[in-house]
Design a protein. Structure first.
Length: 290
């Protein structure tokens, strides 16, 4: 498959999932950058404490203790793959983060799409507010489209018990003269039923998403883990009321391996989702926090 065909094929596959009444939709800007969030149905607005949280809510990185690093890889057909990475660094009340997602055509030429963003968060007590600036670029054959935009978010984390998160994504988002990234509003709530540093861990998250030109989407996710002597296993599942034309299964599943003392400083994550066109999709990720 040539580079142009590979690019066009994947864009055509993903376009229905992110299409709106307005032109300018970007599948990378709408895609979950976190493997953990992907396994939970795409809910991420209230999943705080991971570097990849900035893809859903910039304020979500406020609860990182010192440093957080995250990466993910998802292969598709014909050598096409999407890679993502995120970094978050906390200094006092401020947390700075940066993230990127890149779609590789698989034939050794520049990627067909890329998203880069940087975030700054201020936290006081239980409340954190954050903003992100983002740059989105897509190539289809000889056509190139660029867009700049911003995200704004709020997170209220009550120790390790629960978190409320709200974000508005793609503010501005101008893509050319007649198109822009569709604005997405997210509101979520995460609850830990047990001590997240303990042996048995149980978490649920719910989220609503409102995208310009689309009906509201509601997501539910559950995560359970068993950790002893610094080693453990996690299982995840999610359900999302996606528009029927997206082609993506409403159900996602995943899991992970937890290594390290305390909260488990190293996590290896996996997410699975069926798709009518893509078939089975598999995403692998890693999270690390010292």
């Amino acid at each position: 498959m040539t580079a142009a065909v590979a690019r066009i094929a994947l864009l055509v596959i993903w376009a229905p999932a992110t299409a709106t009444a307005q032109a300018g939709a970007s599948f990378l800007a709408a895609r979950s950058g976190s493997t953990r969030a992907a396994a939970l149905g795409g809910a991420g607005a209230a999943l705080v404490g991971d570097a990849g949280a900035l893809f859903a809510n910039p304020a979500g990185i406020a609860t990182i203790r010192h440093l957080g690093i995250e990466g993910a890889y998802e292969p598709f057909h014909a050598g096409v793959a999407i890679s993502s990475a995120a970094l978050a660094l906390r200094i006092g009340r401020l947390t700075w983060g940066a993230g990127a997602q890149v779609m590789d055509s698989g034939v050794g030429i520049p990627p067909a799409a890329g998203l880069a963003m940087t975030s700054l968060v201020f936290r006081r007590g239980l409340i954190a507010v954050g903003v992100s600036a983002k740059y989105d670029r897509e190539e289809v054959g000889a056509a190139v489209e660029d867009a700049w935009g911003a995200d704004a978010g709020l997170a209220i984390a009550v120790f390790d018990l629960m978190a409320l998160g709200v974000s508005v994504q793609n503010l501005g988002g101008v893509r050319g003269a007649d198109a822009r990234l569709p604005q997405r509003t997210r509101a979520g709530f995460t609850l830990n039923y047990t001590d997240p540093q303990g042996t048995f861990r149980l978490l649920t998250t719910v989220e609503g998403q409102w995208v310009e030109g689309l009906s509201a989407q509601f997501i539910q996710g559950i995560e359970a883990a068993l950790v002893t002597s610094g080693v453990g296993l996690a299982a995840r599942a999610g359900y999302a009321s996606r528009p029927v034309f997206s082609g993506a299964s409403r159900v996602t599943v995943g899991g992970g391996i937890v290594l390290g003392g305390g909260g488990g400083h190293l996590h290896f994550d996996y997410a699975f989702q069926g798709h009518e066109t893509l078939g089975s999709t598999h995403r692998m990720g890693v999270r690390w926090a010292p």
